[in-house]
Ligand binder design. Structure first.
Ligand code: G3P
Length: 218
């Protein structure tokens, strides 16, 4: 599974990229707003900090506006992926951009049929929002499973399932079990993926015994 971080905070991105385990970044207008800097500057900094795809989302809602904004965002760096909403205009923009060889992330996906259309439009990534479905009292993982099953029926589909609106370790585990290709995870949740209290306890015991042994490896 690939791990993307879902943030526009450049310090968090640089820190996580330094692990060598970060495969990409997703942003959205809310995250850019939180960053408090111009979108072009933020996306340029992020693209320089990571090798993988960096999703930059359009703010226009009509096809022409999306295409015009994509024309501004795409040249920022080779690893920019254009993020468009799952609307008919977004799908049209996805098709036009993907035909030009530009990577597209289709976001705000809440149904399997939406995901099917995004694949047909040539999306590089489809972003089902797990957490927001859970918030409604349904199970976001059902959607990941449905999309995986549908995409696997068609050899012609190469769209990657990018589990988004991820809120917990369990979301990452369950999305991986169901075969999501990517999880985009907020920085705090991403850091928690490596943590376990028994790891800390076990390490403390090993280090205490090592101290008692009086040995040194170096
Ligand atoms: O990747 C989409 C994500 O930013 C939305 O997450 O937690 O606002 O539903 P959330």
């Amino acid at each position: 599974m690939k791990f993307f971080v879902d943030t526009a905070d450049i310090d968090d991105i640089r820190d996580l990229a330094s692990t060598g385990l970060l495969d990409g970044v997703t942003t959205n207008p809310s995250l850019i707003m939180k960053a408090g800097r111009p979108i072009k500057e933020v996306i340029a900094d992020i693209c320089a900090a990571v090798d993988g795809p960096v999703s930059a989302e359009v703010a226009a809602t009509d096809f022409d506006g999306m295409m015009a904004e994509a024309a501004v965002l795409t040249p920022i760096a080779d690893n920019v992926t254009i993020k468009v909403p799952l609307t008919w205009d977004g799908l049209k923009a996805c098709r036009a951009l993907s035909q030009k060889g530009i990577g597209v992330n289709v976001t705000l996906c809440f149904s399997a049929t939406q995901a099917l259309l995004a694949a047909k439009a040539g999306a590089t990534f489809i972003s089902p929002f797990i957490g927001r479905i859970d918030d409604m009292g349904y199970d976001g993982m059902d959607l990941i499973g449905d999309i995986r099953a549908i995409y696997d029926n068609y050899d012609s589909i190469s769209t990657e399932i990018l589990a988004a609106s991820v809120r917990s370790n369990n979301h990452v585990r369950d999305a991986a079990k169901l075969g999501a290709d990517v999880a985009t995870v907020p920085p705090d949740v991403l850091r928690k993926l490596a943590n376990h209290p028994l790891t800390d306890k076990g390490l403390a015991a090993f280090l205490a015994d090592w101290e008692k042994s009086g040995q040194s490896i170096m």
